[in-house]
Ligand binder design. Structure first.
Ligand code: NAP
Length: 325
């Protein structure tokens, strides 16, 4: 019999990559979608799997809908990827961010506990939970958390809730603490995609500037397609556990700009980049740099796509998309 997986956040970036992997592994895949006048399936279309997923309607903030979904789907594995995932917006909409990212997870865990208690649960935790905390410049599973945004705080609540359902009810609840991961279907407001879209537009003569906040922040950027493999592996283990998933390399936004403009043959890129205080965070995270030794050892996972290749992949996809238009 096919294993049944439920993915929340199916229309985002990671949902489609994960769905594609699970379909390849012969799963029956259900995707939770919110009610929209015009739902946007473009990320699933990009990966060519729109008609291979079963869609089920619900909302992370509506407990009754989650109960219904768990009762109907009876999943073997639940991947909770749904979130208000943009740190900037979490300052403007802190309450809704908490309702989706924190309380929504509690509702989902309760539904699983009551109606599919043997289902394995994956929680999409984030390196943002560390804030500026580090040891010798690196974050590991042992690094103390110090969240610096409503987004990070909401994710920390969900992280601990998953651990507490594991410890209190013996459920299989695991956290992937994922560092930034990107792809051609990354949300357009995120800095990497904003850069690749902007550089593609400049190259094609459709724009003449990119407005950004802080160019000196450093991030550990990987490829979403590699990171969803880690999510799946985390749920294939005998025991639930928490894992850092990262490349172990860190680059500044300036490095990203350099690689992106270089790829399209523009050397003197500084004239195209305008600093705009509106895009600065109220509380900055200076450097994220993850040590994913545990995942590499226990899950036998490692990232395949390197930084330069990731940047090129995103630029090429944006140029192709904009050229079509
Ligand atoms: P994303 O592109 O922003 O996708 C998030 C998805 O959540 C969207 O499909 C969105 O649905 C859905 N969603 C939002 N509110 C919802 C609600 N109330 N009910 C149901 N669904 C809702 O995020 P992503 O990049 O794929 O990331 C996946 C998960 O990993 C997120 O939880 C994110 O916080 C976490 N994470 C991401 C990264 C990263 O670098 N990408 C790093 C660490 C952790 P709509 O399409 O309907 O808006």
């Amino acid at each position: 019999m096919k294993k049944v997986a439920l993915i929340t956040g199916i229309l985002g970036q990671d949902g489609p990559y994960l769905a594609k992997l699970l379909l390849k592994n012969n799963y029956e895949v259900y995707g939770l979608i919110r009610r929209y006048t015009n739902p946007n399936f473009s990320n699933l279309d990009y990966l060519g799997i729109t008609d291979k997923v079963n869609y089920i309607s619900g909302d992370m903030t509506d407990e009754a809908s989650l109960i219904n979904i768990i009762k109907t789907v009876r999943p073997d594995e639940v991947y909770n990827l749904a979130a208000q995932s943009f740190v900037g917006a979490s300052w403007d909409q802190a309450k809704v961010t908490s309702e989706i990212n924190a309380h929504g997870v509690l509702y989902l865990l309760n539904a699983i506990k009551n109606f599919a208690p043997s289902a394995k649960f994956y929680q999409a935790s984030t390196s943002e939970m560390f804030g500026n905390s580090h040891k010798n410049g690196l974050q590991t599973e042992e690094t103390p958390f110090h969240p610096r945004s409503p987004y990070a705080i909401s994710k920390l609540y969900a992280y601990w809730m998953a651990i507490n359902f594991k410890e209190s009810y013996g459920m299989f609840c695991a956290n992937g603490i994922l560092f930034n991961h990107e792809s051609p279907i990354r949300g357009i407001e995120f800095v990497t995609r904003k850069i690749t879209d902007g550089v593609a537009r400049i190259k094609l003569g459709l724009a003449n500037e990119i407005r950004l906040g802080n160019l000196d922040s450093k991030r550990d950027w990987g490829f979403a397609g590699d990171y969803v493999e880690a999510m799946w592996l985390i749920l294939q283990q005998k025991e639930p556990d928490n894992y850092i998933i990262s490349t172990g390399e860190t680059h500044s936004i300036r490095d990203f700009l350099d690689a992106a403009f270089n790829h399209v043959g523009i050397k003197n890129w500084k004239k195209y980049v305008k600093l705009d205080p509106r895009f600065k965070r109220p509380a900055e995270l200076f450097a994220l740099h993850g040590k994913s030794d545990k995942a590499r050892r226990k899950l036998n996972w490692k990232p395949k796509i390197k930084f330069e290749k990731l940047v090129k992949m995103m630029i090429d996809a944006d140029i192709k998309r904009l050229s079509k238009k």
